[in-house]
Design a protein around this ligand. Structure first.
Ligand SMILES: [Zn+2]
Length: 193
């Protein structure tokens, strides 16, 4: 027997309902966040972007420093409240070259903010202090600018990856390059999360 109009309408409504319930279970939408510099000091600068020192080997991340070690806060860079997951266990270091370059796979003490579809945002090489722990916060102190892991000279390394592959669009799209301000009031990128 052919379906009458009411039955067809009912099936359509059921299909819409199924789609709506599916949408609820989908991962959160991918969106651009705003990242500011990690160091609240005027002379903080970007030192490396797609290439180390902008003319060396491949890097595809931002390295930022104010030429100090163990004295200035390493702050969360994302504007708004995000969950910063901490991986620690590396002894604080200011020596160059670093005595324990392989700690946490070279990342040293680090944080990761996880987004959808394999995207994440990381901040590496932290010297730990009482602020170093997993926490949800808006640009809070996460530790000190340091040099743990594979780090030559104290700095903050920040990258935006999808399924572990570093991407450059988040900082190239806002024209951040070597010499750009890495002050905590300056936007350095728009990472995807
Ligand atoms: Zn780096």
């Amino acid at each position: 027997m052919p379906m009458n109009r009411i039955t067809k309408l009912g099936l359509k409504l059921a299909a819409i309902g199924a789609l709506a319930s599916l949408a609820v279970t989908m991962p959160s939408p991918i969106e651009a966040a705003t990242a500011r510099g990690p160091i609240c000091e005027a002379k903080a600068r970007v030192g490396s972007t797609t290439y180390y020192s902008c003319n060396g080997s491949s890097h595809t991340a931002l390295d930022m420093s104010n030429q100090t070690c163990g004295s200035w806060n390493h702050r969360g860079m994302l504007l708004g409240t995000f969950n910063y997951k901490y991986s620690g266990g590396c002894a604080n270091n200011c020596a160059n070259p670093p005595p324990n370059p392989n700690c946490n796979g070279g990342a040293g003490n680090y944080y990761v903010v996880s987004g959808g579809s394999g995207w994440d945002f990381r901040q590496l090489h932290v010297n730990s202090n009482g602020s170093s722990k997993t926490q949800s916060c808006d640009r809070c102190a996460l530790g000190l600018v340091g040099s743990t892991g594979q780090s030559y000279g104290a700095h903050v390394h920040a990258d935006n990856r999808q399924y572990g592959t570093r991407k450059s669009a988040w900082y190239t799209s806002v024209s951040t390059t070597c010499g750009s301000s890495a002050n905590c009031e300056n936007r350095v990128g728009v990472p995807t999360l």
